[in-house]
Ligand binder design. Structure first.
Ligand code: NAD
Length: 333
């Protein structure tokens, strides 16, 4: 059983590269698929294929021989990115998801796990900072995050239809703000924890950093190792319905900056930019069903996870600064 072939799509990305390492360590035969290789470390997959899953023929080749599929490939980024690229994101993600599901059906894949998002929950349930944690059934009546969230919700439904009509055994995880090393940390696709870590790493003691919004918007954050543990458990479970995967510790963005500044040992002042996109006012995960179904929930303390993430981002910032003078010295004048 453990030598069965597991395909991870999005294996060149943040969560995918962590998941591949875990599955390979557990003894699975792993094929990673992505349109780009992993950026920060060589893949731990036994095979790695560069494929564009927006194309049906590529998705078909990517999933040949697969017994299990973790479908993580997506065009995604932080709130600034998904707000500014709605058409591109919905087009890419609906194509990737439909072609991946259809290829899985055609190849008789035993189990297919789709990486969904807390962005499927309706805005009107998330309009206060002290928000009620979101239960899975709260996704309906639907009013998902415009663009990215609707595409995720649509694929959740597609998973259900493929299960009910075609017998493809599907699983759906709704991620709540996954963070950790090996994720995007600059360039616009990074999420709040990596962006805050970068800004603090680039600041000097007493400096001011920019925070999007008034800083009182709230979220819960889940370390990538907990996310991977949850994915492995959900894939092994018999639960076919969407399941939250996150923590239920609500923190404000200002508090997040405070935690990172403490890890860095720096005094940081905040400048709030109210013109920047911030998403919903508050968002938290209700983990009641997660505990019932998996007998487990994420447990890595935010302080520990942020310390590790900060050290990793700081090393990237330092490495880039060291590369920059050399590059300009060696480049054309
Ligand atoms: P990521 O951007 O690091 O990984 C996604 C990967 O998909 C990238 O490596 C990208 O190159 C690949 N990809 C994009 N288009 C592709 C295509 N056409 N063909 C093949 N590969 C393609 O993001 P991540 O944080 O690792 O997210 C993984 C999954 O989890 C995504 O589906 C994302 O929507 C979902 N998710 C993540 C979070 C989070 O907090 N990180 C929250 C909710 C949902």
């Amino acid at each position: 059983m453990a030598r069965d072939l597991v395909v991870v799509t999005g294996a060149g990305g943040f969560i995918g590269s962590h998941l591949v390492r875990r599955l390979a360590a557990d003894g699975w035969r792993v094929r990673g698929v992505d349109r780009k290789p992993p950026e920060f470390e060589p893949t731990a997959a036994h095979e790695f294929e560069l494929r564009d899953l927006r194309r049906a023929d590529e998705a078909h080749l990517a999933l040949r021989g697969a017994h299990h599929v973790f479908a993580l490939a997506a065009n995604m980024g932080g709130i600034g990115y998904i707000e500014a690229h709605k058409a591109e994101i919905v087009r890419d993600n609906t194509l990737i998801d439909l072609h991946s599901l259809e290829a899985a059906r055609a190849h008789g894949v035993r189990r297919f796990l789709f990486a969904s998002s807390a962005c499927v929950y309706p805005a009107w349930r998330q309009d206060v900072a002290d928000v009620a944690p979101l239960r899975e059934e709260d996704a309906y009546p639907a009013d998902a995050e415009d663009g990215y969230g609707w595409a995720k919700l649509h694929t959740e439904r597609l998973c259900r239809h493929y299960r009910e009509d075609f017998g493809l055994d599907t699983r759906v995880a709704r991620f709540h703000n996954i963070y950790g090393p090996l994720g995007a940390w600059e360039g616009g696709r990074e999420k709040a924890p990596a962006a805050v870590a970068r800004k603090v790493a680039m600041a000097r003691d007493g400096d001011e950093i920019e925070v999007w919004g008034d800083g009182r918007q709230t979220r819960s954050f889940c370390h990538v190792a907990d996310c991977v543990e949850g994915l492995v458990r959900l894939m092994a479970s018999d639960w076919p319905h969407p399941l939250n995967l996150g923590t239920d510790r609500l923190v404000s963005v200002d508090d997040l900056v405070g935690l990172v500044a403490r890890v860095a040992g720096r005094r940081i002042r905040l400048r709030h930019d109210l013109t920047k996109p911030v998403g919903v006012r508050g968002r938290n995960s209700d983990n009641t069903r997660l505990r019932e179904v998996l007998g487990w929930e994420p447990s890595i303390p935010l302080e520990d996870g942020l310390a590790e993430t900060y050290r990793w981002v700081e090393a990237q910032v330092r490495a880039r600064a060291e590369r920059a003078p050399r590059a300009s010295a060696g480049g054309p004048s």
